[in-house]
Design a protein around this ligand. Structure first.
Ligand SMILES: Cc1cc2nc3c(=O)[nH]c(=O)nc-3n(C[C@H](O)[C@H](O)[C@H](O)COP(=O)(O)O)c2cc1C
Length: 284
């Protein structure tokens, strides 16, 4: 028998916003979009990776709810996304977050992003995390290769179903507190700078084969890369490596990071096999 409530209720309009310099978060977002459609929701995928799309704040008026998907960069949402969130006006609307991460530390990303969204007037109803190939694999790391996979997409399906029930009010529960941090913002900012020590130098043009197509500059999410100079501004670059991945001539490089991967695994007391057992998870 068809439930009267279900037949008359308007489908939820969801702004499904993602930031994804190297594509993994976009891939998960696309799966979530498809699963939300199965839940009778109306998701609109909004890619805020290009700098131009973060120029103006997102107008939430046409939407009933927000889902925000971002990669973990040094334990938090990337700096440019944190800044973007502070310009939003949630007006009490429900929201959810999901993160992709490269198999290492993820906290306090859930907690700190929730705080930012709640400060912007949203009500967080769920969160999720999905292991994904680490960006630094582009420099020789071997973290979470071939993820996300079907097991992760199965969790993405469950996340979409449960989150849409929370958005519609069918399920009125809320998640408990997320793992906080005792670290200061200054310490977290310092961790963020650590990526530069791992990279030892920023992405730069090394090959002579560059045709100056300008894609590196065009797609740089922070406006840091200068195609003419073939180099990134240290103040603006967030080391997302989008330029390196998208360069059609493979003219942009970073140093070989293989040694730093071994060091990182040792520092975390982890093996590649142990890392591969990490699973996607919903915080509900
Ligand atoms: C600058 C930087 C910092 C990162 N920090 C972390 C981290 O703290 N923990 C982690 O597990 N992965 C970390 N990663 C890996 C990314 O979270 C992961 O590869 C993500 O899926 C990339 O998403 P994208 O393909 O959508 O850009 C970092 C990647 C970059 C570029």
């Amino acid at each position: 028998m068809i439930n009267q409530h279900q037949t008359t209720k308007e489908p939820m309009k969801i702004a499904l916003v993602f930031f994804s310099p190297t594509g993994s978060t976009a891939l998960v977002a696309e799966h979530i979009r498809d699963y939300l459609l199965d839940c009778r929701a109306v998701p609109t995928l909004i890619d805020i990776t290009p700098m131009a799309y973060r120029g103006e704040s997102l107008d939430m008026a046409p939407y009933d709810a927000l889902i925000l998907g971002v990669p973990v960069h040094s334990w938090r949402a990337p700096r440019v996304v944190r800044n973007w969130i502070s310009g939003l006006c949630g007006d009490g609307k429900p929201c959810s977050t999901f993160f992709t991460y490269g198999g290492f530390q993820i906290h306090p990303a859930h907690h700190s992003t929730r705080t930012l969204l709640e400060n912007a007037g949203f009500r967080l109803v769920s969160s999720a995390e999905f292991p994904a190939s680490h960006t630094f694999n582009l420099g020789g790391w071997k973290a979470m290769e071939n993820r996300p996979d079907e097991s992760d997409f199965a969790v993405a399906k469950e996340y979409a179903e449960k989150t849409s029930c929370r958005f519609s009010g069918e399920d009125r529960n809320l998640p408990g507190p997320f793992e906080p941090t005792t670290h200061t913002e200054a310490f977290l900012d310092e961790i963020e700078m650590f990526r530069f020590r791992i990279l030892s130098s920023l992405p730069a043009r090394k090959a002579k084969s560059c045709s100056l197509c300008g894609i590196c500059q065009e797609i740089c999410p922070t406006g840091a890369f200068d195609a003419q100079r073939g180099a990134a501004s240290a103040d603006m670059c967030i080391a997302c490596l989008g330029c390196l991945l998208r360069c059609p001539e493979q003219a942009i490089t970073i140093p070989d990071l293989s040694e730093s991967f071994a060091f990182k695994l040792k520092a975390e007391g982890m093996t590649i096999d142990q890392m591969q057992t990490k699973e996607s998870r919903i915080y509900f």
